[in-house]
Design a protein around this ligand. Structure first.
Ligand code: ARG
Length: 283
């Protein structure tokens, strides 16, 4: 049911985006001598000679992705390689766009700045679409449903998100878990650079609960004994890729790529590689 609504929403977003111009003729030798001059906002169907539809990116030929690789199964290290759902989606999108993906790992709260400053082209980090963030970046269509959940020690007196009032809540700095926990009555929010540091702190009894995204929560609870996830979710959210605010061309290209990955089934394949079907809350 929710999936359907989501798809409808995405459809609307795609339609409204399609309305913002950007003719799709990538024919023609796109030999414009200006490879440096960030050819930003080509407003409504630019009639530039040659009609080169090349996307201006931070570094020519590359798609630079800012992420925080402490967030399994979306992005995490396997040896020295960053893998995960976002890494693979971004690689597939880059391929569709004819660009080479380069992943830059950083603190989660540095990602939006990396994108707005033009150091990175995209932020892909299990990033929830929020109105505040939308003031600084443009999000692509959403590619995943998500939620914040509450992790507690087994047998905790905290049995639902309502019981968080007055408690010590651990979160990853700058995440929606951080933002929304700050609204909990009389609660103290302990901010950690990494989600799993919050979980370790919970395990050693320094805090009462951790509010974090559902999928990493499952991974962390599996890796740490004596913890459980409350059945009632704290929030419902959606993930999307963040692009620079004026970069409509890139948003449209990525939306197109996401759409074809969705249609070909590749998107589902990537997700099911990292999230077991039975643990996926496929309502
Ligand atoms: N979904 C949450 C948010 O957007 C948390 C994302 C954390 N991602 C990460 N790669 N550490 O705020």
């Amino acid at each position: 049911m929710k999936k359907l609504l989501c798809m409808l929403l995405m459809g609307t977003m795609t339609l409204s985006l399609a309305g913002c111009g950007g003719s799709k003729d990538d024919a023609g030798a796109g030999e414009t001598g200006s490879s440096s001059g960030a050819e930003s906002s080509s407003e409504a169907g630019s009639s530039e000679e040659g009609g080169s539809e090349e996307i201006a990116t931070a570094q020519e030929g590359k798609l630079i992705m800012a992420t925080n690789a402490e967030f399994p199964p979306y992005e995490f290290y396997e040896g020295d390689e960053i893998v995960g759902i976002d890494a693979e989606i971004a690689a597939a999108v880059a391929e569709e766009l004819g660009l080479e993906l380069q992943i830059e790992d950083m603190a989660f709260d540095a990602i939006i700045t990396a994108v707005t400053s033009g150091k990175a082209d995209i932020g892909a980090a299990g990033m929830t679409v929020t109105p505040d963030r939308e003031e600084n970046v443009s999000f692509t269509d959403t590619y995943a449903e998500a939620s914040q959940v509450v992790i507690v020690p087994e047998g905790s007196e905290i049995a639902s998100p309502d019981d968080l009032a007055g408690k010590k809540i651990g979160v990853q700095l700058g995440t929606t878990g951080d933002i929304y926990s700050a609204d909990v009555e009389d609660a103290t929010v302990e901010r950690y650079n990494k989600g799993f540091e919050a979980v370790q702190s919970l395990q050693s009894g320094k805090i009462d609960a951790v509010v974090i995204d559902e999928q990493p929560a499952k991974v962390f609870v599996e890796q740490n004994e004596g913890l459980e996830i409350l059945p009632d979710k704290f929030t419902e959210e959606e993930y999307a890729i963040a692009c620079a605010k004026d970069n409509t061309a890139l948003v449209e290209k990525i939306n197109g790529a996401l759409e074809s990955l969705r249609e070909s089934g590749e998107l589902d394949e990537i997700v099911s590689k990292y999230i077991a079907a039975d643990s996926d809350s496929a309502e």
